[in-house]
Ligand binder design. Structure first.
Ligand code: SF4
Length: 170
């Protein structure tokens, strides 16, 4: 009799993909868990994955374009549990720090006159747009925090909020 698989998605908004790299280091562990299926992973292929229904959605990156604001809502609609991963997703990341400057000025500083296909906006944490069930802090998060969160969710429990100091010795 086949056991129902728990479907996991890993999505990226505006980010450096560093959190996904941490996740990649867990991939071998995940392969040892027979009832886990990675249904989508933006780092490998980004192709309308947000429409896939998943049990747990891990989201990296801040909402920094109008398109991402829509994307993150779609991911939420299709996920039972949403986990914000890393400083960009949880707090907005470094790209959200210059809130006092006009977006146009920031944009020009970074991209000059480059033409882009998306509509930029001030970077914000994903919780400003959707309900987030759990946060994993860090930039990138510690692998053990990933494992703790995932492992706890997989056994049907709920992870405790991880107190995240500035440095591990603090
Ligand atoms: Fe990269 Fe840090 Fe943002 Fe993760 S939290 S995407 S590691 S900048």
């Amino acid at each position: 009799m086949s056991e129902k698989k728990i479907r996991i998605g890993f999505y990226a908004l505006t980010s450096c993909y560093g959190c996904q790299l941490q996740f990649a280091m867990m991939d071998e562990i995940l392969q040892l868990i027979p009832n886990v299926e990675i249904a989508c992973w933006f780092m490998l292929e980004r192709d309308s994955y947000e429409d896939e229904p998943v049990d747990i959605a891990f989201i990296e990156g801040s909402v920094s374009t109008e398109e991402e604001a829509e994307l993150v809502k779609k991911i939420r609609e299709n996920a039972k549990i949403v986990v914000a991963v890393g400083s960009c997703a949880v707090q907005g990341g470094v790209q959200s720090w210059e809130k006092d400057k006009p977006l146009e000025e920031l944009w020009k500083t970074v991209y000059g006159d480059a033409k882009v296909k998306f509509q930029p906006k001030m970077a914000e944490p994903i919780s400003n747009y959707i309900k987030v069930d759990y946060n994993i802090y860090g930039c990138p998060p510690e692998k053990r925090d990933f494992l703790y969160t995932l492992g706890t969710l997989l056994i049907g429990s709920w992870p405790e909020d991880i107190d995240y100091p500035v440095c591990l010795e603090c």
